[in-house]
Design a protein around this ligand. Structure first.
Ligand code: BES
Ligand code: MN
Ligand code: ZN
Length: 493
């Protein structure tokens, strides 16, 4: 679906549009710009506010029918009483875009009066999020029942460099998020490790990045016995894809982004129960997030070096699959006793973290749908954030908050390490049910050598099991925003 976002400095009252969406705060008082839109509506907007039919509560909407020219429909969208942030603007814009999609207006103009650069960025993000769809695998309804898809959103904003920069950032991140969401929505038979190679090649070609692709043979040469043991149950070629974005001088240490890319996680020999197993197509969301972030970073041409590394395979039970009790050796030489083949993400990430070392990272951040425990602990509203370098953790937490993907820190205390000690190997791959997200992160830490590192457990946040109102059920785009924000903040340093 072609979708375009534009920024325009036109006054709202002179907009000619099938739909003008106006985002208003709680109990709004109309200013001159919106009053001018209300004039051809004979004051209907003001009346509905005076009557308290429209109160501006979060997600509240009200539709007005206009004439054949100018604003042919006006949609009020409430943003509630919370301080106006990027996330608040994003949410309201997404509500507007979804409404436009339901109406079938095809195009929409979007106004949030007095929007600063942050809010404009949120509007661009929200407009894209609210119009996102994955129609590829569904037969469209018959022509007569069809509504036009929302193909064009024009954001109204001030004629300043700051607003233009905010808009550019919003559209870039939105493009990245669309890539991540598409990959996240694709079923496991459509999104395969090869898909990551294809998407990686496209991003590399578009933005002049260097791409490296490893398969089974190359990973054997690298002695990645940890990653490879996960892939040994599937005939599919496992893939490690590394994208290098050169935004600064070659001697500048890069930020390295790392993603878990399990195209499907059955659990392997330690097979998962059938109910909701289909959800595990989302187990590549960390890798999808890396791909999306690299696209956004390429578009923004940020003056920082960035490397994106993903490890992709499918966790399957089979006659050749790794089994509980097996001991494998990772590329840093450490041996791992496999207790549960369903704790496969950490096995893939272990070798990626060792691989990352060769890029001499200034900071490495991995994202993974790593544990069910983080879903229990933090639910769908916070990313689990782990790291031993407190300033790096604070930096990532700040980035997540700014991006509207808030995280919450959890400890990596040495006491928990007892749980992953093995009788036969250096480590075991699970530490029992207690503190499951922490022991998983501690396992990863064993493969981090001499660079600042932060781990994001996005198992609860990358994919929504319910319609959230502003975005439909499905992939959320997390952690693309956080990744890009980390790099943008470093670019400002
Ligand atoms: N991909 C899953 C994590 C997951 C589980 C995400 C449920 C969302 C919902 C991961 O590979 C996994 O299976 N982890 C196990 C680890 C356990 C065996 C130590 C888990 O969390 O149950
Ligand atoms: Mn698993
Ligand atoms: Zn998994």
């Amino acid at each position: 679906m072609p979708f375009s976002l534009q920024l325009s400095h036109t006054a709202p009252a002179s907009v000619d549009s099938p739909l003008l969406a106006i985002i208003l705060p709680q109990d709004p008082s109309l200013d001159a710009a919106v009053r001018a839109v209300d004039t051809p509506l004979a004051g209907a907007i003001q009346r509905s506010i005076t009557r308290r039919d429209f109160r501006g509560g979060r997600d509240e909407t009200m539709l007005f029918v206009g004439g054949d020219t100018g604003a042919q429909r006006v949609l009020l969208v409430g943003r509630g009483s919370a301080t106006l942030t990027r996330a608040v603007a994003r949410r309201a814009a997404a509500i507007a875009a979804r409404q436009a999609g339901k109406l079938g207006t095809g195009a929409m103009h979007l106004l949030l009066d007095g929007a600063d650069a942050e809010a404009i960025e949120g509007l661009a993000l929200g407009a894209a999020a609210g119009s996102w769809a994955y129609p590829d695998l569904q037969t469209p309804p018959p022509e007569k029942d069809r509504r036009a898809q929302l193909e064009s959103v024009t954001v109204l904003g001030a004629d300043t460099d700051a607003v233009r920069a905010g808009f550019a950032a919003g559209t870039a991140v939105a493009e990245g998020q669309a890539i991540a969401k598409r990959l996240g929505m694709m079923p496991g038979n459509v999104c395969t490790p090869e898909t990551f190679v294809e998407v990686g090649r496209e991003i590399a070609a578009r933005h002049g990045m260097t791409i490296t692709v490893l398969g089974r043979a190359e990973m054997e040469q690298e002695k990645m016995g940890s990653f490879l043991c996960v892939a040994q149950g599937t005939p599919e070629e496992p893939r490690l894809v590394a994208l290098e974005y050169h935004g600064a001088a070659p001697d500048q240490q890069p930020i390295v982004l790392i993603g878990k890319g399990l195209c499907f996680d059955t659990g392997g020999i330690s097979i998962k129960p059938a109910p909701e197993m289909e959800w595990m197509k989302f187990d590549m969301s960390g890798a999808g997030g890396v791909m999306g972030a690299m696209e956004a970073i390429g578009r923004l041409q940020l003056p920082v070096n960035v490397v994106g590394i993903i490890g992709s395979t499918t966790n399957m039970p089979s006659g050749t699959a790794v089994k509980p009790g097996d001991v494998v050796r990772a590329s840093n030489g450490k041996t791992i006793e496999i207790i549960n083949t369903d704790a496969e993400g950490r096995l893939v990430l272990a070798d990626l973290l060792v691989f990352a070392k060769r890029f001499n990272p200034a900071l490495a951040v991995d994202a993974a749908t790593l544990t069910g425990a983080i879903v229990i602990g933090l639910g769908a509203n916070a990313v689990g954030v782990f790291g031993s370098d407190t300033s790096a953790v604070d930096e990532v937490l700040a980035a997540g908050t700014a991006a509207g993907e808030p995280g919450w820190p959890l400890p990596l205390w040495g006491e928990y390490k007892e749980q992953i000690k093995s009788d036969v190997a250096d480590l075991k791959n699970t530490g029992g049910r207690a503190a499951g997200a922490i022991t998983a992160a501690l396992f990863l830490q064993e493969f981090v050598d001499g660079y600042p590192w932060v781990h994001l457990d996005v198992a609860g946040t990358a994919y929504s099991q319910v319609d959230l109102g502003w975005i439909p059920k499905g992939p959320t785009g997390t952690p693309v925003g956080t990744f890009v924000e980390i790099v943008r903040a470093r670019a400002r340093r």
